[in-house]
Design a protein around this ligand. Structure first.
Ligand code: PGA
Length: 256
């Protein structure tokens, strides 16, 4: 399968930005700006914005995601949100294992796997984030690390469920720093991720899976990154908070 046959996905990761009031305004700006996209458009918002985002995007081409999910179905987990709660709201996607959660909230490869399974079993689509720190890159272990993160995150995920899995390669040193990986660096690691998936699930699943790049992707650099054959879209932080910038990226993925 060539790249053109894979689903390109541009997903915004709003992180801890936008009150529900501000979210309503941003979604109102986004709807006309991305309405002609031929790629899949997703906005992943804080939990408190999800109801607004789902309501406002009904009947549009924008899909809504959360930024995290707990792995238990229900119970005494104060402050947590389950996959069923997200599904019931009409949420379709969830980001799992973002490096900020790994770094600040003690997320491990094992809990990433548990969250991914809980989300997939509830019928959500997951965007699983992997990626190395600057030190790991400099030590030359990017490939090993990303292979390991990908394999552990996908443990017990079935080949059928892989249709609902997106992997986002996000080098930590490029997130929110304005320092983007070069298109060749992004391509190299995205291709490695596809290779690992091929080893575990076979060629057909590997060729069909969407692999995104994330880390300071913006309106200026998106075209080059998205032109690479194994880069099927982007996970966009800062630039997803400005409708015109996000629209440029969506259009680049639609043409790519
Ligand atoms: P950034 O964030 O685009 O602001 O670098 C990307 C991400 O963390 O998903």
């Amino acid at each position: 399968m060539d790249k053109a046959k894979r689903k390109a996905i541009i997903a915004g990761n709003w992180k801890m930005n936008k009150t529900a009031t501000e979210a309503a305004k941003l979604v109102d700006e986004l709807i006309p700006a991305v309405k002609d996209a031929s790629c899949e458009v997703v906005i992943c918002t804080p939990y408190t914005d999800l109801v607004t985002a789902v309501e406002k995007t009904k009947g549009t081409n924008i899909h809504v995601g959360a930024e995290n999910v707990h792995f238990e179905k229900s119970g005494a987990f104060t402050g947590e949100i389950s996959a069923d709660m997200l599904v019931d709201l009409g949420v379709e996607y969830v980001i799992v294992g973002h490096s900020e959660r790994r770094q600040y909230f003690a997320e491990t490869d094992q809990t990433v796997n548990k969250r991914a399974l809980a989300a997939l079993n509830a019928g959500l689509k997951v965007i699983i984030c992997v990626g190395e720190s600057l030190q790991q890159r400099e030590e030359g272990v990017t490939e090993e690390l990303v292979r390991m993160q990908t394999k552990i995150a996908l443990r017990d995920v079935t080949a059928e469920q892989m249709a609902n899995v997106v992997i986002a390669y996000e080098p930590i040193w490029a997130i929110g720093t304005g320092k983007t990986a070069t298109a060749d660096q992004a391509e190299e690691v995205c291709a490695q991720i596809r290779k690992v998936i091929g080893e575990v699930y076979g060629e057909a699943v590997a060729e069909a899976v969407t692999v995104q790049y994330g880390g300071s992707m913006n309106a200026k650099n998106c075209e080059e990154l998205l032109s690479k054959k194994d880069v099927d879209g982007g996970l966009i932080g800062g630039a997803s908070l400005k409708a015109p910038d996000f629209a440029v990226i969506v259009n680049a993925a639609s043409n790519g």
